[in-house]
Write a protein that binds this ligand. Structure first.
Ligand code: NAP
Length: 276
């Protein structure tokens, strides 16, 4: 018998009202004329384990998870993809036919696919990457750059010990440098990535002077504002830039494809829909 349920997916977080994911998936569902729904699910940490078991019974085929559930989801998963394991957090879940769920993390692939779409000339083998920040997003970016074949990563974080811990975990291609040395380090970077929250609206600015060679690419995970001071400085110096909104859109692609069976596109219209 055909499955009598309408396929559902959603984003689980606490709080959840700020999430842009319902707009992204809602746009793709309508575009592809799919009879499914994607909803925001505000679930408190104490209820997460019980609720995640109930969702498939309601027709949920999968879900995104965001703060504060990203690590718990990984611990409760029946299957974990290698990249989610390496990144240490889940953001995309797929319910399995025999119960339980598979946990994946698509932030890193979203980061790389955003660069590939918006800076097609950038090649991972071109030279070292300078990565600023060693939080959750920093982990995803490190995984993706190593997976893409970057020869060397210079990693700086305000709290140096966190960067050193990541270098131990991710291996010898990572070299840790001091937070005061980031401007100097841009000289040898083919790619500069801000994964800290600095430069975000209501946060302090990122204090850096870009000394990059011509042809270097600068990207920021912060997308509020869309053109951060870092990206503005890069543009003023004639460097190529990619903003952070595309990463948010690209990280959503694998989940939508797994749940609804269509690989969606990241387009200018989608950007406009999400920014509205
Ligand atoms: P997180 O785990 O809390 O890490 C925050 C990072 O920012 C740490 O490296 C932290 O350094 C650094 N930081 C915070 N305040 C600082 C300050 N005053 N000076 C220097 N460094 C500071 O957060 P996250 O999840 O990695 O997210 C980081 C940013 O990326 C956020 O703005 C988030 O919105 C954005 N993001 C964007 C996307 C996207 O799709 N575009 C995806 C994920 C995240 P310490 O270790 O020293 O505290």
């Amino acid at each position: 018998m055909k499955n009598p349920r309408v396929p559902l997916a959603g984003v689980i977080g606490w709080p959840i009202s700020h999430s842009k994911s319902p707009r992204i998936h809602g746009y793709w569902l309508a575009q592809h004329d799919i009879a499914g729904h994607y909803v925001p699910l505000g679930i408190e940490p104490a209820d997460f384990e019980e609720m995640i078991q109930q969702l498939p019974k309601l027709g949920f085929v999968g879900a995104n998870v965001t703060i504060p559930h990203k690590e718990t989801a990984l611990e409760l998963a029946a299957e974990v993809t290698p990249r989610a394991k390496m990144i240490g957090a889940a953001n995309t879940l797929e319910f399995l036919p025999d119960g339980g769920f598979r946990a994946d993390n698509t932030d890193g692939i979203g980061f790389i696919n955003n660069l590939r779409q918006n800076a097609p000339d950038w090649d991972a083998g071109k030279g070292p990457a300078l990565v600023l920040g060693a939080g959750g997003a920093g982990r995803a970016v490190l995984w993706s750059l190593l997976d893409a074949g970057v020869p060397k990563i210079l990693l700086a974080n305000r709290t140096r010990g966190r960067a050193e811990a990541l270098a131990d975990e991710f291996g010898p291609k990572i070299s840790v440098l001091g937070w005061d040395d980031i401007s100097e380090a841009t000289r040898e970077a083919a790619l500069v990535v801000n994964t800290t929250s600095l430069g975000m609206r209501d946060q302090p600015p990122l204090d850096i002077t870009l000394n990059c060679a011509a042809g270097a690419l600068v990207t920021d995970l912060v997308y509020v504002p869309m053109t951060t001071d870092l990206l503005q400085q890069a543009q003023d110096k004639g460097l190529q830039t990619v903003d952070g909104l595309g990463m948010l859109l690209h990280q959503a692609v694998p989940g939508f494809e797994a749940w609804f069976g269509v690989r969606p596109q990241v387009t200018e219209t989608l950007r406009e829909v999400v920014l509205k």
